[in-house]
Design a protein around this ligand. Structure first.
Ligand SMILES: C[S@@+](CC[C@H](N)C(=O)[O-])C[C@H]1O[C@@H](n2cnc3c(N)ncnc32)[C@H](O)[C@@H]1O
Ligand code: SF4
Length: 321
């Protein structure tokens, strides 16, 4: 019984490890091809698309599901955050579009835009244009966003709602004071007001509504059953607070999230308390940890055989989950 309950998680972990190794190997291979191809180094121009002679490495896994963290800037200060504002660099729109097109050519079916706070850059216009491009031009079956919700206006739904399939709003507590303590807020503005407002806009503009929660020392004893039932998301993703060296732990990190970390047993207890909530989907740390990361501008360069502009920060990364 114990053995059989371990088999599935171990299989999933093994698959994720293999997938990660594949990407590392594929990345190295792409670089070798790139150099062998005699690409011009130091050029500023970006290829519009993969050249016909450039065949995709057939052994590389297909990036079906992509997370694009195009900005690191945020208006919130969640103390546990693992994607911190280490640079303010955002890849220009045309380049981002090219990267997305190349990913589509490689088999991408699902795109999720995240950050930082994705609605912050150009007041959500940059995000809206990417969402529209992915739905209309690339015809992706699934286009989604993860946001803290604080910057979203109804006007955005009116303009771009038709192109968005899913909107996930992060909420770690239904107690405003706890949100303040976590840092999931801007000044004294109510995070919960934004959450409820967006829930009704999602209904009105026919966008599927999801909730993400990070379980940490500040909300570990909360029972969120009633509020989640009332909000009725299509999915409630529950994460165990994760430490990433250089992001929210270690000497070079901008955040120190150690005091937010909970044990595996505490996380299980939280899940048990909410076992009646059918939309709950636990996200294990292993899945997040073994997601493969690439930088969008490096990906474009490798695929299109251009060189990265000297000094250009490589902050916009992708995870294939
Ligand atoms: C980095 S945020 C970016 C999007 C947006 N700013 C937000 O908060 O939803 C993406 C997701 O990662 C989650 N997250 C941030 N730090 C985390 C951590 N240390 N462990 C687990 N999840 C985390 C957030 O709660 C959010 O759901
Ligand atoms: S809202 Fe919080 S979790 Fe999201 S990017 Fe900002 S600080 Fe990080």
């Amino acid at each position: 019984m114990l053995l059989s309950s371990l088999v599935e998680p171990l299989k999933a972990l093994l698959q994720l490890c293999i997938s990660t190794i594949h990407w590392i190997v594929a990345g190295v291979f792409a670089k070798v091809c790139f150099w062998d191809g005699g690409a011009k180094r130091g050029t500023n121009s970006w290829a519009v698309s993969r050249k016909p002679s450039q065949k995709r490495d057939q052994t590389a896994p297909i990036p079906k599901s992509v997370n694009y963290h195009f900005t690191r800037k945020c208006n919130y200060k969640c103390g546990f955050c693992f994607h911190t504002a280490k640079t303010s660099f955002v890849l220009p729109f045309e380049e981002a579009k090219r990267g997305l097109k190349l990913l589509k050519e490689d088999g991408m079916e699902k795109i999720n835009f995240s950050g930082g706070e994705p609605f912050l850059h150009e007041k959500g216009e940059f995000l809206g244009k990417m969402v529209q491009y992915c739905k209309v031009d690339l015809q992706l079956p699934s286009v989604s966003i993860v946001s803290n919700g604080s910057m979203i206006k109804e006007k955005w739904f009116q303009k771009y709602g038709d192109y968005l399939d899913i909107l996930a709003i992060s909420c770690d507590s239904f107690d405003e004071e706890t949100n303040q303590l976590i840092g999931r807020t801007q000044g004294r503005k109510s995070h919960l007001d934004s959450l409820y407002k967006i829930r009704s806009w999602c209904q009105q503009y026919k966008v599927a509504f999801k909730i993400n929660s990070v379980i940490n020392t500040f909300n570990i004893d909360e029972d969120m059953t009633e509020q989640i039932r009332q909000l009725d998301p299509v999915r409630w993703k529950v994460f165990q607070c994760l430490l990433i060296d250089g992001e929210n732990a270690g000497e070079t990190a901008l955040r120190e999230a150690e005091k937010f970390v909970i044990s595996d047993q505490q996380f299980q207890e939280f899940l048990c308390r909410h076992s009646d909530v059918s939309c709950l989907v636990p996200e294990s740390n292993e899945k997040l940890y073994f997601a493969s990361c690439l930088f969008m501008n490096v990906f474009i360069c490798e695929t299109a055989r251009n060189a990265l502009n000297p000094g250009e920060p490589k902050n916009t990364f992708l995870c294939f989950l």
